[in-house]
Design a protein around this ligand. Structure first.
Ligand code: FAD
Length: 289
């Protein structure tokens, strides 16, 4: 973990672009609550195959102009170099300086994969097209990407993204801090040193968490799964237990030298804020974890 300690810690919150007017209003409210704690940036997801392109743009520009730097996610599957280039130009014109660059997943039944097949090709293209305009974040998988042929190749593929010009990475969420520590150790042995910020998923709803985790290859440890199952419909107990488990893991990560945290908010303020407050992050200049 030594390599991560040199980086300044940064804290961020991720949103998805709302579809409806009530969803937009709710996000505005969530944004106001989270802006209070002065995060380093917000980010906004980009639907599979570009399905939320316009909503992502609208949400990013709207959040960005309200004062907290906002990073669009941008995935390359299904897109052309021309589409992606136009989007990069639009973001540049609007003062966006950070992008989360991803391959993304092709929605089933949707056409060809596009001109750029993997995230390393997207990073390379962004550097070619926009030079150093953007700080580029890429995805990292401490528990390995579900489609990876094997763990070793997945690490090599992560290193390709760094070589192509990524500045930092955000991980898929996990509930086992050791998977993150081991991932960082492996990167250190490969001389890959960029900040790798843990992605944090607050636990609020058991069935949704199981569904998401199955899809993205994140493991819910048996002791957590069994305890959540035992709470059944008792959402209050799920929330309390989830908050304690995730807070403890974040504390362990920060103590060991993780360079910040990125919260998957699912457009809810309170679950992430409670963890934030438990950790005392607002006082981050004063405390040493
Ligand atoms: P890559 O890094 O390209 O890796 C994908 C797979 O291909 C891996 O198995 C890898 O080992 C392999 N691979 C990589 N490069 C090569 C190569 N050159 N040759 C052969 N094999 C290779 N999805 C969305 O649709 N929208 C979002 O907004 C979004 N945001 C995300 C944010 C974060 C922080 C994370 C962790 C994930 C996010 N995702 C999002 C999910 C992501 O798009 C999927 O996990 C997707 O399947 C992989 O994207 P990637 O950028 O990690 O792909």
């Amino acid at each position: 973990m030594q390599s991560q300690k040199q980086f300044k810690r940064r804290f961020s919150f991720e949103f998805f672009p709302p579809k409806t007017d009530p969803g937009k209003e709710k996000l505005q409210n969530v944004r106001s609550q989270l802006a209070e704690v002065n995060p380093d940036f917000f980010s906004v997801t980009f639907g599979a195959g570009g399905s939320t392109r316009d909503r992502t743009i609208e949400t990013v520009l709207n959040l960005h102009k309200q004062g907290i730097s906002t990073a669009p996610h941008l995935s390359c599957v299904g897109g052309t170099r021309q589409d992606i280039g136009e989007l990069l130009d639009l973001y540049k014109e609007n003062g966006i300086n950070r992008i989360v660059a991803l391959r993304g997943d092709m929605p089933s039944g949707m056409g060809a994969a596009g001109e750029l097949r993997y995230a390393n090709e997207l990073v390379e293209f962004i550097r070619e097209h926009s030079g150093d305009t953007f700080n580029l974040e890429v995805a990292a998988y401490p528990e390995f990407h579900p489609q990876a042929r094997n763990a070793e190749e997945d690490l090599q593929n992560f290193a390709r993204k760094v070589k192509a010009g990524a500045n930092s990475a955000i991980t898929q969420y996990f509930f086992n801090a050791d998977s993150y520590f081991y991932f960082i150790d492996r990167l250190e042995k490969m001389d890959v040193t960029i900040p790798v910020v843990p992605g944090i998923m607050p636990i609020v709803n058991f069935s949704n968490l199981v569904r998401f985790s199955d899809m993205c290859g994140a493991e819910i440890p048996r002791w957590i799964r069994k305890q959540l199952e035992a709470y059944g419909d008792d959402t209050d107990s799920i929330r309390k237990f989830g908050e304690e488990v995730v807070t403890n893991m974040c504390e362990k990560l920060l103590r060991a030298g993780a360079p910040g945290l990125h919260f998957y908010t699912l457009n809810q303020a309170q679950p992430s804020l409670r963890i934030w407050e438990n950790l005392g992050i607002s006082e981050r200049e004063k405390i040493s974890f």
